[in-house]
Write a protein that binds this ligand. Structure first.
Ligand SMILES: [Zn+2]
Length: 230
């Protein structure tokens, strides 16, 4: 943080950017064919990384690991992942039956999520379930939840091009208000799982907060498609 003693004339301050935050990732392929879903997972991670790069989030996946769980005798019982909002009763069995690497985000590529092969789910923590035919950009959405972000649906300041729209295949933008929340919210995995900002300020900014402590979710420093900087 930089102390900013604002005056009534133009002020300028120097701020050093932190290094990019590298977050280790483990992907579990639960439903095969392994080679096909391995490629799918790689492409989803590449798409997510590209969105992050374009949107200047300052986070990369590294190192990146894919584990083959297709031969696990318990794999078939996890092909159909239920509604993820049911709580840890549905997330814990993935950890105990399939596997889990503590201290990092674990993504499970299953067959269906809440009944659809195109769906995904986040537990707003360090687990994500992805359907067999999910779009590559969906992983940017689920990792957004892991970064504490919630849906933008129905808000006039957002459209389907925002990463946090719940139903879209054109997700690509994150506002700077969202990037702020991803980094500073205590519940974001950047803090809660990775402790990537030790000693740095944290906040608990919900979607609708708009205060000096929590800039509005729609706050943009750079334009997002049809939405100008504001
Ligand atoms: Zn969502």
């Amino acid at each position: 943080m930089v102390t900013t003693p604002w005056t009534s004339t133009n002020d300028s301050f120097d701020a050093n950017f932190r290094n990019t935050i590298a977050i280790p990732l483990t992907v579990w392929i639960v439903r095969g064919p392994f080679n096909d879903q391995r490629q799918h997972a790689i492409e989803a991670c590449i798409r997510t990384s590209a969105i992050w790069q374009n949107e200047r989030i300052g986070v990369i996946f590294s190192p990146f690991e894919i584990r083959d769980a297709t031969a696990d005798p318990q794999a078939a019982s996890h092909f159909a992942f239920p509604n993820g909002d049911l709580g840890d009763v549905v997330w814990a069995p993935l950890r105990t039956d399939i596997g889990f690497v503590a201290g990092r985000l674990n993504i499970y590529w299953v067959d269906t999520v809440n009944g659809a092969t195109t769906s995904g789910w986040s537990n707003f923590g360090n687990q994500i379930a992805m359907g067999r035919n999910s779009g590559d950009e969906l992983l940017s959405h689920e990792t957004g939840h892991a970064f504490s972000l919630t849906h933008v649906d129905g808000n006039a300041n957002f459209n389907q091009e925002n990463v946090m729209h719940s139903a879209s295949n054109t997700r690509q933008f994150l506002t700077e208000g969202q990037l702020f929340r991803a980094h500073v919210n205590t519940g974001s995995i950047l803090n809660a799982t990775y402790n990537a900002r030790p000693g740095e300020p944290t906040r608990s900014c919900n979607f609708s907060a708009n205060t000096a402590e929590c800039p509005a979710s729609q706050r943009r420093l750079w334009a997002d498609g049809g939405f100008p900087a504001n």
